[in-house]
Each structure stands twice: as C-alpha cells, then as structure tokens.
Design a protein around this ligand. Structure first.
Ligand code: F3S
Length: 291
C-alpha cells in the first residue's frame, strides 16, 4: 500500500516562514511577543506559549507593552509581526518606542503594502477586494494615505461611487476568490476604470486545492487534516470527497479511526493551511506503520 502526501499541503510559504521565525527568536532567550496569534492553529500557539511566547491582541496592548518596556529600562522584548502584516502605524509605534521587532510579513503581502502606499501618495483612490474584518485587509488599509474603500462582493463594487476625476487602484486580499475578483474588475472597467487593477491574489490556496484533488482522484482512501473552524480545510474536504468516497476529516492523529480493507492501494493525505508539518508527518507515519 502506498501513502502519498499532496504536493502542496499544510502551511503556505508565508505562514511557514513566520512560524519558523518565532521558533528561531525563542532560541535567543529574549521575551517574545507576536502581534496577533502567529497562525490559526491552537496546538502551535499553545506550544509557543509553553516556550514563553505571548500574544499581543492589538494596538492598546502594544502601547501598554511599550510603556512597561520603557519603565524596565534595558530588557526590551521582541515583537514579531505575523505573515498577514500590519498597518503602517504599528511600525510607527514600534519605532517611536524603540521596541525591537522582527518583521515576518509575507513578502507577497508586503508587495501589496508597497503598491497601495505608492498609489495612494499619487492621489489614487485605493480599492481593496477583501474581507474588511480580516487582519490582512486592515493591514493593507493602514498603508493608504488617501481615500480607500473595501469591497467584498460584486454588488458592493457596483455601488461604489468615486469623485469626479478620481483615479483608482484596485488590489485584492491574497486569499480572495479569483472569480469574484474578476467579476469586480469587469464592473470597474464598465465604470471606465481600466487601469490600476493589480491582481494580488496568492496562488498558494489554489495550488493546495489542485494537488489535493489530483491525489484524491487516484486514492482509495483520502485523509484531510485541518482545524475544526478552518474554512480552507473544509473546502479541501469537499473537494476530496467529490473525488474519493472514503475521505476522512481529522484534526489530530487521535481522530483517525481507520479500518482499511485489504484492497486499498493508495492512501492520500492533504492538510489545511494552518496544519503544521509535524502533525502531517505523524499521520503519514502512523498510516505507513499500522497498515
Ligand atoms: Fe501564504 Fe503569503 Fe500566500 S501568507 S497564502 S504565501 S500571501
């Protein structure tokens, strides 16, 4: 029996890089804070907590930390900025208060910050296609110095009104749905805004889905590892179930109750974006050893 892992499974490049950054910083022996949980995975956050890493929940807490650090004098903590990135004013707070920080913003997100900062300075109205409550979108918004609008649906794009003579720059949240973005772009074009659209959707999600589907199509049994509340993991499960009737959705190895018939030749494994490698390996080894 063969056990095969999807080509793209688990953490994307940006999240892996950010998580590794935190583990590296832990080695320095300093007090480490992350600005928001580094990844939406309870186990990783708990493991880091046990190593002394604390989570700052927002601006207020950061300001409090800055005050405390100033009061303590020499021993300054290190703040790590996660892959989603943060608004410009967070860097200003860090710099003004001489707080040490390590910037683990995903380079693809950083690129969006640079685009909106530049276009905003030129006087363009920035439109972000994305979820207004998502920290990545909040971060992008925080690099705009002029008018900015966030649209989540084509209907919202349709209703958007610009001032006469205004030029527009449209970007997208990195995980935004491609088809929805295309629909919005068409709406802006119909309104006469043909330039200034930059597709900043990251292909990590699509690649993960594509490679899961490819394995599921061949596999006799498919295992999807992911968090209970992770929408991208659920999506992987749906995709795999359509290709393979024996698809299991598990959070940890403990959930795996496999009874494999003898005829099984290929077991496929994939994992959502917030599933750490360690867990993927555990499941992979378990299936290899026990069946
Ligand atoms: Fe991940 Fe960066 Fe893309 S965080 S989803 S690789 S934009």
């Amino acid at each position: 029996m063969e056990v095969r892992l999807a080509e793209c499974a688990g953490f994307c490049f940006g999240v892996r890089r950010a998580v590794e950054t935190v583990y590296e910083q832990v080695q320095t022996g300093k007090t480490i804070y992350t600005y928001g949980p580094i990844v939406h995975n309870e186990e990783v956050v708990r493991d880091l907590e046990e190593k002394g890493v604390r989570v700052i929940e927002g601006r207020e807490e950061l300001l409090r930390l800055a005050e405390e650090a100033a009061g303590r004098g020499e021993e300054t903590p290190t703040v790590i900025i996660r892959a989603h990135g943060v608004p410009k004013d967070i860097y200003d707070i860090l710099d003004k208060n001489n707080l040490e920080y390590v910037d683990a913003t995903c380079p693809f997100v950083k690129k969006i910050h640079r685009i909106v900062e530049r276009e905003s300075e030129k006087g363009r109205h920035v439109v972000i296609a994305g979820d207004p409550t998502h920290p990545e979108v909040e971060g992008i918004r925080g690099w705009c110095s002029g008018p900015v609008s966030i649209v989540e649906t084509p209907a919202e794009a349709e209703n958007l009104v610009f001032s006469p003579g205004e030029t527009v720059c449209v970007v997208s949240q990195t995980t935004f749905n491609y088809n929805k973005f295309q629909d919005m772009v068409e709406i802006f074009q119909k309104k006469g805004y043909n330039d200034g659209v930059v597709n900043t959707i990251c292909n990590a999600t699509e690649e993960r889905q594509r490679s899961a589907k490819a394995i599921a199509a061949e596999a006799d049994v498919m295992i999807v590892i992911g968090g209970r509340h992770s929408s991208n993991s659920r999506k992987l499960y749906d995709i795999c179930s359509r290709e393979c009737a024996n698809t299991y959705f598990i959070q940890t190895l403990d959930d795996l109750r496999l009874e494999l018939p003898k005829a099984v030749r290929l077991v496929g494994i994939t994992a959502g974006a917030s599933t750490p490698n360690k867990l993927i390996e555990e499941v992979q080894n378990y299936v290899r050893i026990n069946f």
